[in-house]
Design a protein around this ligand. Structure first.
Ligand code: UT7
Length: 327
C-alpha cells in the first residue's frame, strides 16, 4: 500500500520581534537567565488584528503554492492549536473559508505542543484508507494572547507563528510517513493548563481578576518528564522500523527548551548539526514549532530525497508524539 507523504511545507512568522532585552523592561528577568535556561533570544508577537487563522492562512498558502495544489483540491483541513480565533467556529473552518477550500472538511486538533504530529497521524490514516487525496495540516498559535505578561516563569517562553504541511499519497512505497505514534497521560494535565474560559470555570469577573485565562505551567516538573519521555519515545520509534539514531539525517524536535533538545539529542547520540532548532529566534510556539522548523529545513535544502527525518513532541495534556518520515 502506498504511504502518505508530506508533499510541501510553508510557514509564517509575525513581523514584531520581542527580545529578551525588551522583556527585562516588563518583568524581573535577564537576557542571561533566559538564554542560559531556555536558549531563547527573541520571539515573534502577532499584530493586534492577527488571530490564529490569519497566521495559518499565510503558512497554508505557502505550502499549497510549493505543492502546486489548489485550495479547491483539498479534501481535509486540520489546524492544530490551543489558541483558535474562537471556540466555535474552529480555526480550521475559518481557514477553509479564507482559502476558498469549499470541498474540504475542517476541524481543529487540540493536543497542545504535540498537536501537529497528532494531526499528521489523522492525515496519514485518511490518506492510506483512500478517503482523502490532499490534506492540509497546520500548526498555528497566538500564544501571546494567553500569556500572563506579569508572570516571568512563563512570559519569557512563548511566541506566535504558523507552519503548514500538505499531505498526499506517495508515488511509490519507497518514501513517505513510515510511522506516526501518539500518546497521552491525562493524569498529569494540571502541569500545563489554562484553567478558565471553558465549561469547568466559565469566564467571570473573578476568573479575570485572578488571571485564570492565562497559560500556567509547572515548568521544572514538565521539563524532567519531557527529557525522560522523549529519549524512549525516539528509541522506540526507530527500533520499530529497524533504524538507529545514526540513520537520522534530520531530527526535528518540538521547541520547548534548548536544554531539552540538547539533552535528548545527546542521550541519543545525534549531533546538533543534524537537529533543527528555531527556539532561539521564535521561542516555544507549541503546535507550530515543528512545521515551522521543518519548512525552514526544507526551503534551505537541508532535507534531501531519501533522507530519514524524525519529528517528536511533548506538551500539555500531557501528550507526546513522534513521526518517522522518509523524504
Ligand atoms: O512546550 C510544552 C512543554 N513544556 C516544557 O517542556 C517546558 C519545560 N520547562 C522549562 O523549559 C523550564 O522548566 C523553564 C525554562 C520553564 C524553567 O527553567 P528551570 O531551570 O526549570 O527553572 P525553575 O523553574 O526551577 O526556576 C529556577 C529559578 C527560580 O528561582 P529560585 O526559586 O531558585 O530562587 C525561579 O523563580 O529561576 C527563577 N525564574 C526566573 N528568573 C529570572 C523563573 N523564571 C525566571 C525568569 N527570569 N524569567
Amino acid at each position: 500500500m502506498p504511504l502518505a507523504r508530506i508533499k510541501a511545507t510553508g510557514s509564517y512568522v509575525p513581523r514584531k520581534r520581542l527580545t529578551n532585552l525588551d522583556l527585562e523592561k516588563i518583568v524581573d528577568t535577564s537576557d542571561e537567565w533566559i538564554t542560559a535556561r531556555t536558549g531563547i533570544k527573541e520571539r515573534r508577537i502577532a499584530a493586534p488584528a492577527e488571530a490564529c487563522s490569519d497566521l495559518a492562512l499565510k503558512a497554508a498558502r505557502r505550502a499549497l503554492k510549493a505543492g502546486g495544489v489548489k485550495a479547491l483540491d483539498l479534501d481535509l483541513i486540520m489546524v492544530a492549536t490551543v489558541t483558535p480565533d474562537t471556540f466555535v467556529p474552529s480555526a480550521a473552518c475559518v481557514l477553509q473559508s479564507k482559502l476558498g477550500a469549499s470541498k474540504a472538511a475542517a476541524f481543529d486538533v487540540n493536543a497542545a505542543c504535540s498537536g501537529f504530529i497528532y494531526a499528521l497521524s489523522v492525515a496519514d490514516s485518511f490518506i492510506k484508507s483512500g478517503r482523502c487525496g490532499n490534506v492540509l495540516v497546520v500548526g498555528a498559535e497566538v500564544l501571546s494572547r494567553v500569556t500572563n505578561w506579569q508572570d516571568r516563569s512563563t512570559c519569557v517562553l512563548f511566541g506566535d507563528g504558523a507552519g503548514a504541511a500538505l499531505v498526499g499519497q506517495a508515488p511509490d512505497e519507497t518514501g513517505g510517513i513510515i510511522s506516526v505514534n501518539i500518546y497521552a497521560d491525562g493524569n498529569m494535565g494540571d502541569l500545563l493548563m489554562i484553567p478558565a474560559g471553558g465549561s469547568r470555570m466559565p469566564a467571570s469577573q473573578d476568573t479575570l481578576k485572578n488571571n485564570l485565562h492565562y497559560l500556567q505551567m509547572s515548568g521544572n516538573e514538565t521539563f524532567k518528564i519531557a527529557v525522560k519521555t522523549l529519549e524512549s519515545l525516539v528509541r522506540n520509534t526507530l527500533e520499530a522500523s529497524g533504524l538507529t539514531p545514526s540513520d537520522i539525517s534530520l531530527f526535528v524536535p518540538h521547541q520547548a527548551n534548548l536544554r531539552i533538545i540538547r539533552a535528548t539529542a545527546e542521550r541519543l547520540g545525534i549531533p546538533m548539526d543534524r537537529v533543527a532548532v528555531n527556539i532561539d529566534r521564535l521561542g516555544n510556539t507549541s503546535a507550530a514549532s515543528i512545521p515551522m522548523a521543518l519548512d525552514e529545513a526544507v526551503r534551505s535544502g537541508r532535507v534531501k530525497s531519501g533522507d530519514y527525518v524524525l519529528l517528536e513532541a511533548f506538551g500539555g495534556g500531557l501528550t507526546w508524539a513522534s513521526a518517522l518520515l522518509r523524504w
